[in-house]
Structures are given as structure tokens and as C-alpha cells.
Write a protein that binds this ligand. Structure first.
Ligand code: FPP
Length: 239
């Protein structure tokens, strides 16, 4: 969700105004995903590196998150959206942790999922997985020779969430910025110059259209099946 700061600067507003406008975009994108039949949306809301931003911006962002939760908790329950958090939640204030835990519990049985990455970085998630594995090996419940990709994947923050098919980055930056480093191995990338607060349905549809004609080979030979057909046949199988 990049470009909030630039969006604000272009309008002579404080950076926090960009984040506030960005929170409105989050609300819209939840609707676009619902309408497009997308069941998993992961939002990179706050990285471990973002703690180094000026204190006023950090606390403004935390307040904004809290406001967002309070404002949309009931709506998420009504719309049957499951909220999950990935990242070092212990870095967050105890009141924010409690609010997040409450809404996670209240929505735990719903299928459509909104995963919010908070105090998150891919490297930190992998380091935590490595620590869990080391602890299990030390406790004698896991043998070193049993450690394979499945064992690592099962110790990530949300192990049952499928790897992302598509990663959209706004504001034109061509980098991954420590996001879902393990899970993005074969994700398709889409970069748009649109700043996150301006990202609207036409931009979202443009990203899906670009995805639909990609040929995902997963390191194998040409499949000849663009994503649109794969998605369609998956939907047919499910219905
Ligand atoms: C990156 O833009 C954006 C962030 C660090 C924060 C994103 C947070 C929100 C949109 C708030 C609401 C989130 C939820 C889940 C309700 P930037 O500040 O790096 O922009 P810049 O590169 O233009 O300075």
C-alpha cells in the first residue's frame, strides 16, 4: 500500500492525511475483492522497518489502525470476513493487541480472509520459523533430517493461507520490501504508478486483467494455460 506520503505531499498535507486516505482505499479494496471472488487479501500495513519513522507518524498510524478496527469490526462480522494478523504482534500496544485478538476470535470461523501484516517483515517471519524449528529439534520432537520445505512453511505466521497468486505494488516502486519472502516464490507481480490512496476499482481490474493473461509455469515448461482459464476451471470445479 505504497504512496500515502507522496499523495499527501502532492496536496500540501501532512503524511498522516495520506495514511487516512489510504485507510479509505482499504475499505474499497475489500469490496473489490469480494465482488471478484477473491478469498484471501494480505495487506502490508506496517513493516518492522516502519518503527524507525518519526514518532508522530508511528503513533498516528497505530491510532488509525485502532480506529479502523473499531469502525469496521461489526461490518467484518456481518460480511463474514475473517481478520488475521501476521508479524510481531508483541511489538504493538497491549490495547491494540487486545482489540485485534477480540476481532480475530469473533471472525475465526469465516472463510474469506483479510490478513494484515503488522510489525511484519519476511526476514523476521523466517527467523521466527527457524527459531521454532530449533526449539523443536532441541526438545527432541523434530529431527534435523525431517526439516524440509513443508516443515518451514508450517511454522510461518499463517501457515494455512495459500501463497499469493498476485502481488500488487502501488506507487511504481520495483521492489519487494521484505514482504512475504517465502510465500512470493512464484507470485505474479503487478506494479502500478497509481498511489495507494488513489487506487480504485479500474486500477484493481487492470491488475486482475494483467494477471489473467500471465502463463504461470512454476519453473516448469510452458503450460499454455493463461491464469484466466485456470481460475475459471477452478471456479467451475468448486461450484
Ligand atoms: C506506505 O506508504 C504505507 C504505509 C507505511 C502505511 C499503510 C497504512 C495504511 C494504509 C493505514 C491503514 C491500514 C489498514 C490495514 C486499515 P508511504 O508512507 O511509504 O508512502 P511514501 O512512499 O509515498 O512516503
Amino acid at each position: 500500500m505504497d504512496g500515502n506520503g507522496r499523495w499527501a505531499r502532492q496536496r500540501g498535507k501532512p503524511r498522516l492525511a495520506g495514511h487516512e486516505a489510504g485507510a479509505e482505499t482499504v475499505r474499497c479494496v475489500l469490496d473489490y475483492c469480494r465482488d471478484a471472488g477473491i478469498n484471501y487479501l494480505t495487506l502490508y500495513a506496517f513493516s518492522t522497518e516502519n518503527w524507525s519513522r518519526p514518532q508522530a507518524e508511528v503513533s498516528g498510524l497505530m491510532t488509525l489502525l485502532r480506529t479502523f478496527i473499531d469502525k469496521y469490526e461489526r461490518e467484518m462480522i456481518e460480511r463474514r470476513v475473517r481478520l488475521r494478523v501476521i508479524g510481531r504482534r508483541e511489538d504493538l500496544s497491549s490495547s491494540l493487541q487486545q482489540a485485534l485478538a477480540r476481532i480475530e476470535r469473533a471472525t475465526a470461523t469465516f472463510d474469506r480472509q483479510l490478513i494484515v501484516a503488522l510489525s511484519y517483515s519476511g526476514r523476521s517471519e523466517l527467523a521466527r520459523a527457524a527459531r521454532r524449528i530449533a526449539e523443536e529439534v532441541k526438545a527432541g520432537t523434530l529431527a534435523p533430517e525431517e526439516v524440509d520445505e513443508a516443515v518451514v512453511a508450517a511454522r510461518l505466521d499463517a501457515p494455512d493461507v495459500p501463497d499469493p497468486d498476485l502481488i500488487i505494488r502501488t506507487s511504481g516502486e520495483l521492489r519487494i520490501s521484505n514482504f512475504l519472502l517465502w510465500q512470493c516464490a512464484y507470485s505474479e507481480f503487478y506494479v502500478t504508478p497509481v498511489l495507494w490512496p488513489d487506487f480504485r476499482e479500474a486500477d484493481f481490474q487492470a491488475a486482475l486483467a494483467a494477471y489473467a493473461v500471465r502463463d504461470r509455469r512454476f519453473g516448469s515448461v510452458e503450460s499454455g494455460t493463461p491464469c484466466a482459464e485456470t481460475v475459471r476451471s477452478k471456479q467451475e470445479q468448486e461450484s
